[in-house]
Design a protein around this ligand. Structure first.
Ligand code: GUN
Length: 292
């Protein structure tokens, strides 16, 4: 069994980006600049967005964090976005999700200039992804492609089973892996909560992407020998034996599948750490597109 080490791979990517930024600075160029808007005081969202800002600093990017109060109106948020859209110093920005209930998330995502939409959530960028045109691939699917590539996992002609049809993981992942691209050309089956006899499908899979959000859902008896498993799930389960009171578990019963897999992403330390690295990669891409 080989662990697909997202922690190390993301550190490698950040180092590559840092070298590239150092070279830009040596040529007296400005550094790429990422901004993030966060509305409200949700602890997990704040931790996550702070990690994004810190990652920017580590690779030499400029970063701006815009913190807005919970009671911010939709109109005020749209105004902030309009300002960032025309700010030539900002190459890319994100609006941290989820947003408070009184704000229409879709309306907000559609207000972001697609050229600066480094999350890749704007419908124009999702449409470009579906057509295999240059775009920003959102962080989680992009991170999975990168892990598969860096560990030389063959996808061409393989049976890939994606479990979960979310807009941010399952759906784009199934589209990308079926496309004619370096990590692609797979025969993809997208499964979901209405799929009948899932086990008969997962048992045929050479590669499984588990992204349904149910802890330890994928069991050993559901997979064949030699399978590659990408575990996108991350759920906090109460665990009084831990100092912080919880443990993180994926959508895969790790102990149940570990004797059968050829490669697997651990939770934590697999797909999760890749997402920030891929956001930085998208910001660098936005920078170069805006330079040229
Ligand atoms: N909330 C959780 N993940 C993400 C992400 O990738 N982007 C944004 N904007 N919000 C998130």
């Amino acid at each position: 069994m080989i662990l697909l080490d997202g922690k190390k791979t993301s550190a490698d990517i950040k180092e590559e980006i840092a070298l590239e930024v150092a070279e830009l600075k040596a040529q007296d160029k400005t550094a790429p600049h990422l901004a993030a808007i966060i509305v409200g005081n949700d602890g997990a969202s704040l931790t996550y967005v702070n990690a994004k800002v810190k990652a920017c600093e580590r690779v030499g990017f400029e970063s701006t964090l815009i913190r807005l109060p919970e009671e911010t109106t939709e109109e005020d948020l749209l105004n902030e976005i309009a300002v960032l859209n025309v700010d030539n110093d900002i190459n890319g920005f994100i609006v941290q999700l989820p947003l408070p209930n009184h704000i229409d998330e879709q309306k907000v995502l559609m207000a972001i200039d697609p050229e600066k939409d480094v999350d890749g959530f704007h419908p124009m960028n999702v449409g470009k992804l579906a057509l295999n045109l240059p775009t920003f691939i959102s962080a989680t699917p992009f991170g999975i492609l990168e892990l598969l590539e860096r560990y030389n996992i063959e996808t061409s002609g393989k049976n890939v089973v994606v479990i979960g049809r979310s807009h941010i993981v399952g759906s784009p992942m199934s589209i990308l892996l079926a496309q004619k691209r370096k990590v692609g050309n797979a025969t993809v089956t997208l499964t979901h909560s209405r799929t009948k006899d899932l086990e008969s499908i997962t048992k045929q899979a050479d590669i499984i992407v588990a992204a349904l959000g149910i802890p330890e859902f994928l069991k050993g008896e559901m997979v064949k020998d030699g399978v590659v498993i990408i575990d996108v799930g991350i759920t906090r389960l109460a665990d009084p034996s831990k100092k912080n009171g919880f443990r993180l578990v994926g959508d895969v019963d790790f102990n149940g599948v570990k004797e059968k897999v050829s490669h697997i992403t651990p939770v934590p330390g697999g797909v999760g750490p890749m997402t920030i690295a891929m956001l930085l990669k998208n910001t660098l891409l936005a920078y170069y597109r805006q330079e040229s």
